[in-house]
Design a binder for this molecule. Structure first.
Ligand code: FES
Length: 107
């Protein structure tokens, strides 16, 4: 389990306890966080779960797959070095306290 904090572009901040194995996208959509859409349900095919991972923690995450890197080419908002797809980040205890910022738009 890990507490993940989502900061929307409006500044709205929400912290959610995610069970191990849940993706950051699932946590957001199940808890009404508007800044994540998750249109494809987590199959790395829509890029509507774009998020910016806290720079200080970026290196703690597993590297993005080739498929995720491809899909990051299609994000609606600015792509940054810390851009990731929230459906590809699974909660583990190691992610406790992680902060992700959500872009202004997903589509
Ligand atoms: S939910 Fe579609 S790519 Fe993440």
């Amino acid at each position: 389990m890990a507490n993940i904090t989502y900061i929307e572009s409006s500044g709205q901040t929400t912290t959610i306890s995610l069970n191990d194995g849940w993706s950051l996208m699932q946590g957001a959509t199940a808890n009404g966080i508007d800044g994540i859409v998750g249109e494809c349900g987590g199959s790395c095919a829509c890029a509507t779960c774009h998020c910016y991972v806290d720079d200080a923690r970026l290196g703690e995450l597993p590297a993005p797959s080739a498929g995720e890197l491809d899909m990051l080419e299609n994000v609606a908002a600015e792509r940054r070095p810390n851009s990731r797809l929230a459906c590809q980040i699974k909660a583990t205890a190691a992610l406790e306290g992680l902060i992700v910022h959500l872009p202004e738009m997903q589509e």
